[in-house]
Design a protein around this ligand. Structure first.
Ligand code: SF4
Length: 62
């Protein structure tokens, strides 16, 4: 399966590149309420995009 293009504006993430593109091999999205929970096989529901977040974010070293 081809990767979808992921556009992202979080420029201080290690996986971010010019053009607002995410170059991670895969990304994990969680509901914000479980942002710090370990990735598992559970399912959640969000009612709005603002309730979701990217767990693959890693701060780019300064
Ligand atoms: S890993 Fe997440 S936060 Fe980082 S560039 Fe990709 S989508 Fe953005």
């Amino acid at each position: 399966m081809e990767h979808p293009m992921v556009k992202c504006s979080v420029a201080n993430c290690q996986h971010w590149e010019d053009g607002n593109v995410c170059v991670a091999d895969s990304i994990m999205i969680e509901i914000t309420a479980h942002a710090h929970q370990k990735v598992g096989n559970h399912r959640d529901e969000a009612s709005d995009s603002s309730e979701t977040c990217c767990q693959t974010f890693e701060e780019r070293p300064h």
